[in-house]
Design a protein around this ligand. Structure first.
Ligand code: NAD
Ligand code: UDP
Ligand code: UDP
Length: 343
């Protein structure tokens, strides 16, 4: 098989598919599906800054043109409104496949569409990768571990997932997407990479997307009570978006298929998170308990030994450093217009 992943990338040097990070090179042509969303748009910023040409493919279900508007007019940037459930013909070197709603509120909204996106959407992007010889990176999720019986979670753990629950459209969808990715790798020789992303937060998250960090931050800024679901003792590990983007790019450029956990091992209960939000925004913010959602995982924390060893990656931004950066963005978006009107 031709090694074409970098065919447009270099003058005359053959790196055998391995591209040393930071090497001066001609730009690649890269597709980012879901590139108008939260994580995707930050990834696009980094790729454009590196000198690559980026095509964003997005159906704007949860993404927004505002997230990539600053690239309009750049000849190395293109935005295509397209649903990945439909086939797509493009000529590219790399595919970062992110298209899929990530907030439980969004992915439960139309569960069948979520499965279709994960299964048919991923199949189409793998078909595209196979046809043009592009390298393909799947953004999978810590949700493949379900409500984990092993803690912290290592990549070799097969998970504890309810196949018929309300979260299954996402969990099982992503598990199937991983399966397809490995089958295209084994069967068709497609160069693939799999990232299992743990809870990530940062600027450009949808303000009302229902995820816990965005909810608490928006609530504290609007002087509303922070809604803690259940007893608030369930845990999550929160990663700042710039750390994730660095991990995704290292994974794509590296030589290991994965899967790799990409997350920040700093683990917090939801009550502890509420406390950090109070410290950061408003010490007087009230907490209100609400019934928890069905099948909510009790705890989640990545073991990132593998990514540290094989990708030389580890997160750098702790929650208390990352949260203020998200807060200024949320403040701007929630109050920006009123300020301009003199309110
Ligand atoms: P997001 O909702 O902000 O972005 C998803 C993007 O995909 C949006 O722009 C949306 O419009 C687009 N999209 C959805 N369905 C599509 C379709 N059928 N065709 C084309 N575009 C479509 O979410 P995010 O947080 O940026 O997540 C990006 C990826 O990372 C997702 O695949 C998600 O499963 C994965 N992930 C994210 C997290 C996290 O905490 N943010 C954790 C685990 C995994
Ligand atoms: N596909 C696509 N773009 C391409 C090549 C394929 O969207 O450039 C889609 C194609 O429509 C198919 C899927 O990817 O639904 C899988 O393609 P593959 O060639 O692996 O399978 P086949 O078409 O032979 O069933
Ligand atoms: N959660 C909460 N209050 C909210 C939103 C979510 O306490 O306003 C809890 C939710 O029950 C879960 C955790 O926060 O235990 C993380 O939820 P999120 O939807 O952010 O992501 P998940 O990891 O469940 O996909």
């Amino acid at each position: 098989r031709r090694s074409v992943a970098y065919r447009t990338g270099f003058d005359s040097v053959n790196f055998g598919g391995k591209v040393p990070l930071g090497l001066k090179r001609k730009g690649l042509r890269i597709v980012v599906t879901g590139g108008a969303g939260f994580v995707g748009s930050h990834l696009v910023d980094r790729l454009i800054a590196r000198g690559d040409s980026v095509i964003v493919v997005d159906n704007f279900f949860t993404g927004n043109k505002d997230n990539v508007m600053h690239h309009f007019g750049n000849p190395r940037f293109e935005l295509i409104r397209h649903d990945v459930v439909e086939p797509l013909l493009l000529e590219v070197d790399q595919i970062y496949h992110l298209a899929c709603p990530a907030s439980p509120v969004h992915y439960k909204h139309n569960p069948v569409k979520t499965i279709m996106t994960n299964v048919v959407g991923t199949l189409n992007m793998l078909g595209l990768a196979k046809r043009v010889g592009a390298r393909f990176l799947l953004t999978s999720t810590s949700e493949v571990y379900g409500d984990p019986l092993q803690h912290p979670q290592v990549e070799t753990y097969w998970g504890n997932v309810n196949p018929i629950g309300v979260r299954s459209c996402y969990d099982e969808g992503k598990r199937t997407a991983e399966t397809l990715t490995m089958d295209y790798h084994r069967g068709a020789g497609v160069e693939v990479r799999i990232a299992r992303i743990f809870n990530t937060y940062g600027p450009r998250m949808c303000i009302d997307d229902g995820r816990v960090v965005s909810n608490f931050v928006a609530q504290a800024l609007r002087k509303e009570p922070l809604t803690v679901y259940g007893d608030g003792k369930q845990t999550r590990s929160f990663q700042f978006v710039s750390d994730l983007v660095e991990g995704l790019m290292r994974l794509m450029e590296g030589e290991h298929v994965g899967p790799f956990n990409l997350g920040n091992p700093g683990e917090f209960t939801m009550l502890e998170l509420a406390q950090v939000v109070q410290e950061t925004i408003d010490p007087n913010a009230k907490i209100e308990f609400r019934p928890n959602t069905e099948d909510d995982p009790h705890k989640r924390k990545p073991d990132i030994t593998k990514a540290k060893e094989l990708l030389g990656w580890k997160p750098k931004v702790p929650l208390r450093k990352g949260l203020p950066m998200m807060v200024s963005d949320f403040r701007q978006r929630i109050f920006g217009d009123q300020k301009n009107l003199g309110a």
